[in-house]
Design a binder for this molecule. Structure first.
Ligand code: MBD
Ligand code: FE
Length: 281
């Protein structure tokens, strides 16, 4: 008994009015997007015969998402963030921009203002379980030449899959640092191997995942922003190989070129050689 009111002049007119299309002023781009999104939602309500109860439970859901600060988490879980990346990749390909470290999503847990170190940094300031992790590399421009003075921002979870600032048990900027590359474009850091993240079990994102029959887990990963004067910012991550969710990330961020080989070093000599006893500021 689905009715068709969507295509009536009355409904089409008030969607336009509600989106501000019938008045001057405001922001034309916002009007355009709001009009389109409203039209699509109105159409969905009609075609799927969405009941008032269903509609108001969705409104209530959005309020809870806001109260819990999970809008970014939900955007990741529903693949919106990945979709924006797919579109940027396609745009780059169309412009002939290829190669280099692939981008992947930022996620909702970055915090600006981490301490800046020159060349090398130690990320873990809180005591935690977890294996010592050393990572090093070189930032290069598109022509392959090393980039001195680039900034590598790195952030990741602790052994419980929790991030500082989103976990009251951690101190400020634990597992978050900025590192400026040295004259050879190199950076290195010492930290602790992170564990994968899981959505807050009692939160609205996990609640929706449950209704979709999905899990809300991410494999263990480390986030990066890389910036350099005159260069576009790179947003990316690496995954720790071997995680059970490596290719089953609820946020769709895993990419083949972002799973580096992890080498396990156990002997004292190799630990020394790796600089484990050296000062990581
Ligand atoms: C994370 O740590 C994350 O990186 C993303 C994308 C979503 C939730 C938690
Ligand atoms: Fe993350």
């Amino acid at each position: 008994m689905s009715v068709n009111v969507f295509d009536t002049a009355e409904v089409q007119d008030f969607i336009k009015t509600a989106a501000g299309l019938t008045v001057a002023g405001g922001n034309p781009r916002v009007k355009q997007i709001v009009h389109r999104v409203m039209s699509d939602l109105f159409k969905t309500i009609e075609e799927l015969d969405v009941t008032p109860d269903e509609f108001w439970s969705a409104v209530n859901y959005l309020n809870v998402v806001g109260q819990r600060g999970e809008a970014g988490l939900l955007a990741a879980g529903l693949g919106f963030e990945k979709y924006l990346d797919i579109r940027m990749d396609a745009q780059d390909a169309a412009e002939g921009i290829e190669g280099g470290t692939p981008r992947t999503i930022e996620g909702p847990l970055y915090v600006a203002g981490a301490p800046l170190s020159e060349g090398s940094a130690r990320l873990d300031t809180d005591p935690d379980e977890g294996q010592v992790l050393i990572m090093h590399g070189t930032v290069r421009g598109r022509d392959g030449s090393p980039l001195a003075g680039a900034i590598v921002e790195v952030w990741h979870a602790n052994s419980k899959g929790m991030y500082s600032y989103f976990d009251s048990t951690q101190s400020a900027y634990n597992l978050r640092r900025s590192i400026r590359t040295d004259a050879n474009g190199r950076y290195e850091f010492r930290s602790l191997v992170p564990t994968g993240y899981g959505c807050p079990p009692d939160g609205p994102t996990q609640g929706l995942m449950d209704l979709l029959g999905r899990h809300g887990r991410r494999p263990a990963h480390i986030h990066f922003f890389v910036t350099g004067d005159g260069y576009r910012k790179l947003t990316t991550q690496i995954n720790i190989d071997g995680d059970e969710y490596l290719h089953d990330d609820f946020a769709f961020a895993t990419r083949d070129d972002l799973i580096p080989t992890v080498v396990q070093r156990d002997d004292a000599a190799s630990q020394q050689a790796r600089g484990l006893d050296a000062p990581f500021a």
